[in-house]
Write a protein that binds this ligand. Structure first.
Ligand code: ADP
Length: 299
């Protein structure tokens, strides 16, 4: 039995933020795909027009570093989003002790992450939920951003499921202070957390609550971030100075730390942009980023 007369259902891959994800075969192309089933049953009128327009925009975002949205259709009270199937993700790579990550490999993963973000930011689409398990990795080592723009279409995943607490570790300080006018800088902060995680091989800022999350890095001073006191959920913290990055990342190069510091700028107005980050000398100095197909151990 085919779904939408086209997709042959295989096993369930997992439960995500918005619903079940399962593997399927696209009988039209023979391609293996991952289908994300999003519950829309309760909304009588189905998916609203804004959501449909956004989905159309995502379908048009074609780039080597963004997961392709192949198809989207409603079926039995669920919206089905069809993506290209990916073997693994960056979280699994970071956790796998058998995988050695050289400085050039780390540079390559960060560069692919930023390249994907740059394409989306150019079209004013924010990711808003960047974390290593949303960075999928294809058979030839290519890293692709997944779940792009879904937060904007289907609502912020923050309060949805308990497993989402992990996303807190990647949340920019302006989001922790409840800003409603966030921009591309939230994705830069998350990318900085992922950069740090690649260097450390474990999540960097593991706050146990939103309040705790901000202090995990050290708290900003008013001169570092003049506007913070005007944010909706601003609370005065006891000042915790951030430790020097050099002491936390003893093995990182000076270029790596310089870029990391610019991405970890508290004030979103002066935080480095994705485009500026890609132009940082870290990416042009030796060692050059590993070419993707040399990244994963070949079978
Ligand atoms: P979350 O919302 O927690 O990020 P997702 O909805 O993205 O989770 O994914 C749920 C599960 O489906 C995960 O185990 C993930 O690895 C898998 N998955 C999601 N997208 C794909 C894909 N394109 N290819 C293969 N597996 C996928």
């Amino acid at each position: 039995k085919k779904v939408a007369d086209r997709y042959l259902k295989r096993e369930v891959l997992g439960e995500g933020t918005y619903g079940v994800v399962y593997k399927a075969i696209d009988t039209k192309t023979g391609q293996v795909v991952a289908i994300k089933k999003i519950r829309i049953g309760k909304q009588k009128e189905g998916v609203n027009f804004t959501a449909l327009r956004e989905i159309k925009l995502l379908k048009e975002l074609k780039d080597p570093n963004i997961i392709e949205l192949i198809d989207a259709f409603p079926h039995k009270g669920n919206l089905h989003l069809v993506f290209e199937f990916m073997e693994t993700d960056l979280e699994a790579v970071i956790r796998d002790r058998n995988i050695f990550l050289s400085p050039a490999d780390i540079k390559s993963y960060l560069q692919m992450t930023l390249k994907g973000l740059a394409i989306c930011h150019k079209k004013w689409v924010l990711h808003r939920d960047m974390k290593p398990n949303n960075l999928l990795i294809g058979p030839n080592g290519q890293l692709k951003l997944a779940d792009f723009g879904l937060a904007r279409i289907f609502g912020s995943p923050d309060r949805r499921f308990t497993h989402q607490v992990f996303a807190r570790w990647y949340r920019a300080p302006e989001l922790l202070f409840g800003t409603k006018q966030y921009g591309p800088a939230v994705d830069v902060w998350a990318a900085a957390c992922i950069f740090a995680e690649l260097l450390l091989r474990r999540p960097f800022l593991q706050g146990s609550s939103d309040i705790d999350q901000l202090a995990a890095f050290g708290t900003p001073t008013a001169s570092q971030w003049p506007d913070m006191a005007y944010l909706p959920d601003y609370v005065e913290y006891q000042y915790v100075p951030a430790p020097p990055l050099r002491s936390l990342f003893p093995m990182a190069s000076d270029d790596a730390l310089d870029l990391l510091a610019k991405m970890f700028t508290y004030d979103p107005k002066i935080r480095i942009s994705v485009q500026q980050a890609l132009e940082h000398r870290y990416f042009s100095s030796a060692p050059l980023p590993t070419v993707p197909d040399k990244l994963l151990p070949r079978p």
